[in-house]
Design a protein around this ligand. Structure first.
Ligand SMILES: [Zn+2]
Length: 225
């Protein structure tokens, strides 16, 4: 599958067909290389993180920088440096800029409440990015994401009432797509594309921890060209 392109960057949101891209999955190095090669990406290792549902952002200045660092977003400040996050249900957000500064962010509810999207955009701007654009990957949708009232109120306190949704059965739910959208709007970022569909609803296409207790993960990987 070819990559998405824009802003002098290219990126891929993987599906199950690309294999399990969880950081400790058997054969993950090979799966990463194949994904990048299929997308015409640079023949170098990508930077990956041990994600901890926080708002820490690191900056990669060369291929494979920060491999295994505990953080939830990573910025690449020059071309040919692929950076990635892994998700199943949480949002993956790819950010690009005309200046060639790019980023990938892992946006689950804790990270969103902690401001991971805003922190990522701030780190990009520190490195010279101007008009930042978001591309939003697949994630769980509210119809499948029942959520405790107390945690839901905590997220709504930070990101506003649009994050409050309902499951298909009428229980309180977190609307992660709405939370991602609120976060990127607060960061002053335009959204250029959104992956439709729900990771829990489509087992052929995506892994879901929440719906199926799967350990597999998709990757979102981006590089400036
Ligand atoms: Zn669903």
């Amino acid at each position: 599958m070819g990559p998405h392109t824009g802003d002098g960057a290219a990126w891929v949101f993987s599906t199950r067909a690309d294999g399990d891209l969880a950081v400790d999955a058997p054969g993950v190095d090979g799966a990463r290389s194949r994904l990048l090669a299929a997308a015409g990406g640079p023949a170098v290792p990508w930077s990956w993180l041990r994600q901890v549902h926080g708002a820490r952002v690191v900056v990669a200045d060369r291929p494979a920088a920060h491999e295994g660092t505990e953080a939830d977003a990573i910025v690449a400040e020059r071309p040919g440096v692929p950076v990635a996050v892994q998700t199943a249900d949480c949002g993956a957000v790819v950010l690009t800029s005309p200046e060639g500064v790019v980023a990938a962010a892992h946006a689950g509810w804790r990270g969103l409440a902690a401001g991971v999207v805003q922190a990522t955009v701030a780190a990009m701007r520190d490195r010279g990015a101007g008009a930042v654009t978001a591309h939003v990957g697949p994630m769980i949708h509210p119809e499948c994401y029942e959520f405790g009232a107390e945690d839901l109120a905590a997220v709504a306190d930070v990101l506003g009432p649009t994050v409050v949704g309902r499951t298909a059965g009428g229980s309180p739910a977190l609307d992660v797509p709405a939370a991602v959208d609120a976060a990127r709007a607060r960061a002053g970022v335009a959204v250029a594309s959104r992956s439709p569909g729900c990771t829990a609803c489509d087992p052929q296409r995506w892994y879901s921890h929440r719906a199926r207790r799967e350990a597999g993960r998709m990757a979102a990987v981006v590089w400036a060209t």
